[in-house]
Design a binder for this molecule. Sequence first.
Ligand SMILES: [Zn+2]
Length: 173
Amino acid sequence: MKRTRATLTLNRPTEPRPLALVGRKHPALHAPALAVDDPATVYDLADRMIATLRRHRGYALAACQVGEFVNLVVLGPGMAYCNVAVEVEADTPRAVAVEECLSLPGRRFAVPRAVLVRVEAFDLVRAERIAAEFRDLDARLWQHEADHLNGVLISDRYPEVRRGEQLGGSAAS
Ligand SMILES: [Zn+2]
């Protein structure tokens, strides 16, 4: 019998359990994330964050959104990074687009972001430190996550977009 993706998923013995997203007033959402000393200590949390991200159909999730104070970010479909540093050069052009946040359900914000970023992080899947450049939507996602790692919600800094108002694309993370 040919094994399909679906049967493989169904046969998996222990699917990591999703975590609850914390409310927007939770202190983890408003504090700078702590560096991870030993990446081996955050793999279980990363697996459960990936399950959480899948449940909410988001693009990315930072550990503070599940109430953890560590510098850990997961991106769909199954990427995880700790000790993330996102760098933007001052003269990089910005673009404004609508962003949503899993920590601010149902709300939308008009957020200017640099179109190019450089990211350094420890890649938990490859088990090595990476440095790479990202553009456009990927650059936007990383800057949204960098805000989370700095204890900033988009509602702290950017104007809310009213219902029915249109402004470019949308990204929830
Ligand atoms: Zn967010």
